[in-house]
Write a protein of this length. Structure first.
Length: 134
């Protein structure tokens, strides 16, 4: 893969991340306002909608995955959970080990989360099926 193609793929992944942030947040606000759900339920619904949105866009636009949808979706959720764990570990380490301001810690944790999510999506969630031997 060329550097230009990889840069294009990363750019698409980041653009979808920005879109996903707006979709998830809009869903949370809509649930709170229109459905009058509480914060926890609204947050869960928003993140679920955001994850579905992210999967659909990344599957088709970023990684052009043409394999089976359900196994890819399950792998995508696994990657998300691990990326979230990396994010949380980074936040906690920054705060408790390195005495970083908690607001800054959350901002800094975006980088490892995004990197892990991208690599996990590329090499695990949307991996290409190995070629069959004849």
């Amino acid at each position: 893969m060329t550097v230009v193609r990889e840069f294009d793929r990363v750019t698409r992944f980041l653009a979808i991340g920005v879109l996903n942030t707006f979709v998830g947040l809009a869903t949370i606000y809509l649930c709170k306002w229109a459905l009058e759900t509480g914060d926890v339920i609204s947050n869960m619904i928003g993140y679920t909608v955001g994850l579905i949105n992210s999967f659909a866009w990344n599957r088709h636009w970023t990684f052009a995955h043409s394999g089976a949808v359900l196994p890819a979706a399950m792998r995508f959720v696994i990657v998300f959970l691990f990326a979230y764990a990396v994010n949380l570990a980074t936040v906690l380490a920054a705060i408790h080990v390195f005495a970083v301001n908690s607001y800054l810690a959350h901002a800094l944790a975006i980088a490892p989360y995004t990197a892990f999510f991208y690599l996990g999506s590329k090499y695990f969630a949307f991996r290409s099926a190995p070629a069959r031997r004849r």
